[in-house]
Write a protein of this length. Structure first.
Length: 355
């Protein structure tokens, strides 16, 4: 093990993992639909994912609200289903952690007790804290569970963080990965540069969460001169809400990119065309036209159409499909059938003994 992480998991994290942000399956009365939730986990495993992130934005932050109090339950159900797969020791198991320090430490303890490898630590909703206070919070969480950093875009509750913040963040022991999701090239570059200028650079994996730039992030090489040494860094993998749908096709595309990098024969023209298509699909899915208001409902809509969820219900009454979003989702499904995995899911459901 490497500081609480199984060696095999750590190696996969550094090599590059495909990690979907797992949605929450609900009944119409907003209780957890455990059977559907477990089936969704099995679908991801059947698609060939390298890990699962649960308790994150796509799972809905409201699972922590007192009227629901689903955090532990959702993590338990998912961990149990992963254990049943027989692949639990090789999967990258990520639990979302958020809130003020006391809440974050409690969630870290829960996640660690349930066998999760890393905590995806959000800085969202903490604008009253200084960067120094956020760093101290990170240090305390890292004492409990290894940390997967998370640069969340401001439009969904994040904040702009300085280069100096990320440089100091990288120096914290047991920070082993950072997900960049500011949806902004300048701020993404701050994180990459900070990692490369850290003495811990070889220990920290870079993951894309930029749903508007998924393929571009994965194929872009970064190079910095650090005190006379040339440091090369790439995005090792992705932890994305977009990966929660059309997953088997996204896994295949991910491996196409990784293999092309390994062999040194990436077809950039073809991949840049595909990158545009993926971004167009994501715009419909995440409801960019309405500033991401229907992002979770959009994911649910696709999964409902494919028979993996029974409805698009969300814990927040504000989280629902926006006007015209369903038509946009239909448009991109028709426009890019080669990126849609309806046939795979039909076969999966037919063969899934527990469905």
């Amino acid at each position: 093990m490497t500081d609480f992480i199984h060696t095999e998991v750590y190696q996969q994290l550094m090599k590059g993992g495909f990690i979907p942000a797992h949605p929450l399956a609900l009944n119409s009365d907003l209780t957890i639909d455990e059977a559907a939730h477990r089936r969704l986990t099995r679908y991801y495993l059947a698609s060939g994912v390298d890990g699962i992130a649960i308790g994150v934005h796509t799972t809905q932050f409201e699972i922590r609200d007192p009227q629901f109090n689903y955090y532990r339950q959702v993590l338990e159900i998912t961990a149990d289903e992963l254990a049943l797969s027989g692949k639990v020791d090789s999967l990258i198991k990520v639990a979302g952690i958020c809130g003020p320090e006391k809440q974050a430490l409690e969630e870290a303890e829960i996640a660690r007790s349930l066998g999760y490898d890393l905590g995806l630590l959000s800085m969202g909703g903490l604008n009253h804290l200084s960067e120094a206070e956020l760093l101290e919070r990170t240090r305390k969480v890292a004492e409990i569970i290894p940390v997967f950093g998370f640069y969340l875009q401001p439009s969904v509750g994040g904040r702009i963080l300085s280069y100096d913040f990320w440089k100091e963040f990288c120096n914290i022991p047991r920070v082993y990965a950072i997900k960049t999701a500011p949806f902004d090239r300048y701020h993404t570059l701050d994180v990459v540069r900070a990692i490369c200028h850290s003495v811990r650079e070889p220990e920290i994996a870079l993951y894309t969460g930029n749903d508007d730039n998924i393929i571009n992030d994965l194929i872009t090489p970064y190079r910095f001169n650090v005190d006379g040494r040339i440091i090369d860094k790439r995005f090792a993998g992705g932890l994305l809400g977009h990966y929660a749908v059309w997953t088997s096709k996204s896994v295949a595309l991910f491996h196409r990119v990784k293999e092309g990098i390994r062999r040194g024969d990436l077809d950039y023209t073809s991949l840049l065309q595909t990158a545009m298509e993926v971004t167009d699909m994501n715009a419909a899915l995440f409801d960019v036209a309405h500033r991401f208001k229907g992002s979770i409902a959009g994911i649910h809509e696709v999964l409902k159409r494919q028979g993996l969820l029974r409805g698009t219900w969300c814990l927040s009454p504000e989280e629902k499909l926006s006007e015209g979003q369903s038509a946009e989702i239909e448009r991109v499904i028709r426009a890019y059938p080669h990126l849609v995995d309806d046939d795979f899911i039909r076969e999966f459901l037919a063969n899934d003994k527990q469905s």
